[in-house]
Design a protein around this ligand. Sequence first.
Ligand code: AMP
Length: 142
Amino acid sequence: MRVVILGCGRLGLRLAAKLTKEGNRVVVIDKNQNSLHKLDRDFSGEALQGDGVNMEIYQSVFSEKADVFFAVTNSDNTNIMAAEIARQKYKVEKTIARIGDPIRAKAFEELGIETVCPTTMCEKKLLKMISPVKPQDREEVD
Ligand code: AMP
């Protein structure tokens, strides 16, 4: 698969490393060169400096077909806009946006935009951790 990741922070870095090791072609974009410098020395994908609010970056990166697009910057607005551009304009089949605000994440989901909300994932995990079920019987939160 060709996977494009917007945001090379703590989450984007991990996705890029894992997906590259699994044999995918990964392009990772960040506006901050220092974030890109944190990629492993042996990272074999493409690292691009670019701002997700700038249309030119999408023109360039989606000139070749992408199978997956992850918008995982630390800005909900940027992520939602980027995911919509990838989905609507460049017809990327799988686009997922990281949205920190649970209310907005739910609203966007209802509009058909795939989102992950770290806030609600963490909330579920924490509540599970204090539930009366024995630790070994607990299901992992996906
Ligand atoms: P983290 O919260 O650690 O996952 O980091 C978020 C990353 O998103 C940082 O490396 C930021 O530089 C990056 N970022 C934030 N806004 C943008 C943007 N508009 N375009 C590209 N990267 C961004």
